[in-house]
Design a protein around this ligand. Structure first.
Ligand SMILES: NC(=O)c1ccc[n+]([C@@H]2O[C@H](COP(=O)([O-])OP(=O)(O)OC[C@H]3O[C@@H](n4cnc5c(N)ncnc54)[C@H](O)[C@@H]3O)[C@@H](O)[C@H]2O)c1
Length: 243
């Protein structure tokens, strides 16, 4: 679901292209499913289909990891899970703070998928004094006055912004000044950050707008096909249109 870009050159320092990095989570998700079903090995074709990626691209991506699989056997699922997790930095625990604990922030706090992927929700922060101390997903919300201290105390480098759009840039500035170097932004605004800070944005409404575009195009194609069917063999529309 993540969209938007990371403010980084196309190739990362260790020589893995950014496009490959973006596909690693897709492979990991597919491999985790295989691992849960105790599948020991997988061919590049099977894994590519499960990840929704072209198999030649997958083999190229895995060559950057130094993983070539065994002819006739395929890739060792557990080893690939480990390799990709290590490459993505998921073999260590990442403390994350969520700022803005409204509808979305609370839903994110309750999302079990963070912890299972190595992201620990270290703190929930909100500017509303009435929320301070109230538990959400078992974690007491802390007031945003404490933001800098919370970041320092927990060694947080990843911040999630779920505030209204107008608050997102000032919140981002404070997070960055406090030492956060990666931001996942859900607020519908473009954030400005200094070099060395990565921002990814998630915007479901943009995804829906893209689907709406495709729906509109499909509807246009269907209408054109129906009009073609109504045309006679000479390409002329019949004199009386069907009701
Ligand atoms: N990316 C997406 O797909 C997506 C989906 C839904 C909502 N959103 C966006 O997420 C944001 C939150 O939506 P919501 O429905 O949860 O809103 P909400 O009004 O329920 O919650 C916003 C919370 O942010 C807090 N807040 C405001 N200013 C703050 C600040 N300076 N510091 C800390 N906390 C602050 C408020 O007290 C409130 O609790 C909005 O910007 C919304 O547009 C994005």
């Amino acid at each position: 679901m993540a969209t938007g870009r990371t403010h980084r050159p196309a190739t990362r320092s260790r020589g893995i292209p950014e496009a490959t990095v973006a596909r690693l989570p897709l492979y990991l998700r597919a491999l985790t499913g295989l691992s849960e079903r105790s599948v020991p090995t997988v061919s590049s074709e099977e894994l590519a289909a499960a990840a929704g990626v072209n198999s030649a691209k997958l083999r190229k991506d895995f060559s950057y990891l130094g993983s070539y699989g065994t002819r006739g056997v395929g890739y060792d699922v557990e080893y690939l899970v480990y390799q990709i997790s290590r490459e993505l930095g998921l073999t260590q625990d990442w403390p994350v703070v969520i700022v803005g604990i409204g509808n979305l922030g609370a839903a994110l706090a309750n999302y079990g998928g963070f912890a299972s992927r190595g992201f620990r929700v270290a703190a929930l922060i909100d500017a509303d004094p009435a929320m301070a101390g109230k538990p959400v997903a078992g974690i007491p919300v802390q007031h945003s006055d404490e933001l800098e201290k919370i970041i320092a105390d927990n060694g947080v480098s990843i911040g999630v912004i779920a505030t209204p759009a107008g608050a997102a840039q000032p919140v981002c500035d404070r997070l960055v000044a406090a030492g956060v170097t990666s931001i996942l932004n859900f607020a519908p605004t473009v954030l400005t950050v200094p070099d060395g800070v990565d921002v990814r944005k998630v915007d479901l409404s943009i995804e829906l707008q893209i689907l709406a575009f495709h729906e509109q195009r499909k509807a246009g194609e269907h209408a054109a096909a129906a009009a073609d069917e109504r045309k006679g063999p000479d390409g002329e529309l019949p004199a009386v249109m069907p009701a």
